[in-house]
Design a protein around this ligand. Structure first.
Ligand code: ASP
Length: 309
């Protein structure tokens, strides 16, 4: 794999060996953090986080990651209202300016393609921290790292992806990464109107991935899954409240359903959750979503070190 300058799409990560190296680096960060043995490889470097859409985990974990590596952050959690965007400044101009102050820029935007647009003109690394209904590559790295850590393998898995597959950018980034591994089978479970977009289905076909689609999260899917990945119905992408209301509670994972999973299976969610996983599931040993969120810190540390050290 060629050395990456920007991180825009999960499809850039087309080498399992590279991912393995990144996971090892993340493990080392985790260990050093526990034993308070972190060094400062990014001392004097600055990461700007430009967020035009809400975030908790992604922005905080990027900023914590940068600081734990000895670097600093310029943080803008409300770019849509607080930046010169309100005066009509273009993304290109904003990036030109911020890249003069920061050594890397993590950007979250409501429009698909914005990170790619920024990367075309930025002299410093651009990291896509979510672009509308497009992609969320650092979440996908976190997710694959989590699966490897929890299950010890990435091949021979049956992965059920549930919920809003149309708008869920975490899924759009996760699929290409999982396609790098042997014998991964997908169950795509969504209301028909939230079906995985054609271009992603075509990608699966191109990669000869095995997948089946269904509207029903039935016993067969639950009993066979190694990974049950639930997504939030992306309210902010719907044209009308009625449309959202009609699908928002399509799937609700409760304790009884969670117990139908294999004992070693895991339940994942990029969070935030609304109703799609009842809180009673949190005590189930299979519930990996809070561990998953923590893993995002170490993956982002590994990635920042790779891009900047
Ligand atoms: N936090 C994830 C994202 O930004 C998932 C979600 O919002 O549902 O895409």
């Amino acid at each position: 794999m060629e050395r990456l300058k920007h991180v825009i799409s999960a499809r850039q990560f087309d080498d399992p060996e590279f991912l393995l190296g990144l996971f090892e680096s993340a493990n080392a960060m985790d260990r050093d953090d526990k034993f308070r043995a972190l060094t400062d490889p990014l001392r004097g470097r600055i990461l700007a986080t430009l967020f035009y859409e809400p975030s908790t985990r992604t922005r905080f974990s990027f900023e914590a990651a940068m600081q734990k590596l000895g670097g600093g952050v310029l943080t803008a959690e409300n770019m849509r209202e607080s930046s010169s965007a309100t005066k009509g400044e273009t993304i290109a101009d904003t990036v030109r300016i911020v890249s003069g102050y920061a050594d890397a820029i993590a950007i979250r935007h409501f429009e698909q393609g914005t990170a790619a647009e920024a990367a075309r003109i930025s002299p410093v690394p651009i990291i896509n921290a979510g672009d509308g209904v497009g992609e969320h590559p650092t979440q996908a790295l976190t997710d694959v790292y989590t699966i490897k850590k929890e299950l010890g393998r990435l091949s021979g898995l049956r992965v059920a992806l549930v919920g809003d597959l149309l708008n869920g950018r975490t899924i759009h980034s996760l699929l290409p990464l999982l396609c790098l591994y042997k014998d991964v089978q997908f169950d795509l479970i969504s209301p028909w109107q939230l079906r995985l977009p054609l271009k992603h289905r075509e990608y699966l076909l191109e990669k000869h991935a095995t997948f089946r689609e269904s509207e029903k999260l039935g016993s067969e899917v639950l009993e066979q899954a190694d990974v049950l990945y639930i997504t939030r119905v992306q309210k902010e992408r719907f044209a009308s409240a009625e449309e959202y209301e009609s699908v928002k509670d399509a799937y609700i994972l409760d304790a009884a359903m969670a117990n139908r999973l294999k004992p070693e299976a895991i339940i994942m969610h990029a969070l935030p959750r609304v109703n799609e996983i009842s809180p009673e599931v949190d005590d189930n040993a299979r519930a990996a979503y809070f561990r998953q969120a923590k893993n995002g810190l170490y993956i982002r540390m590994a990635l920042l070190k790779y891009l900047l050290a």
